[in-house]
Ligand binder design. Structure first.
Ligand code: FES
Length: 112
């Protein structure tokens, strides 16, 4: 079964819809699609360069972030109430569709 992921660009002008497999991590799906998420630590929860802003209606359908993830998000720029680390989001069949926005300046976050 597949999950549909909708990537909204930082300025909101561009929307890309891609098919992903249940069990994929959101970061991998984003990178495969060429989204500007560095993911510098490759999912080791040590960088926060995979920060995405989840659509409010989808945020509550995801499992809650761990304390470690919340701590890292505090270090990211443009954090919102529905921010998450893409490397920590596992796509599951029941999600159906997930919409996430790329934060502004995603490209400039490396080296923070
Ligand atoms: Fe580094 Fe997600 S890739 S925290």
């Amino acid at each position: 079964m597949s999950v549909k992921v909708r990537f909204v660009s930082a300025d909101g002008n561009e929307v890309r819809e891609v098919e992903a497999k249940a069990g994929d991590r959101l970061l991998e799906v984003a990178q495969a699609d060429g989204q500007p998420l560095e993911g510098t630590c490759e999912g080791q929860m040590a960088c926060s360069t995979c920060h995405v802003i989840v659509a409010a209606e989808d945020f509550d359908r995801l499992p809650r972030a761990s304390v470690e993830e919340d701590d890292l998000l505090d270090l990211a720029t443009h954090v919102t109430r529905t921010s998450r680390l893409a490397c920590q989001i596992l796509l599951t069949e029941d999600l159906g569709t997930l919409t996430v926005r790329i934060p502004p300046e995603a490209r400039n976050m490396q080296g923070r």
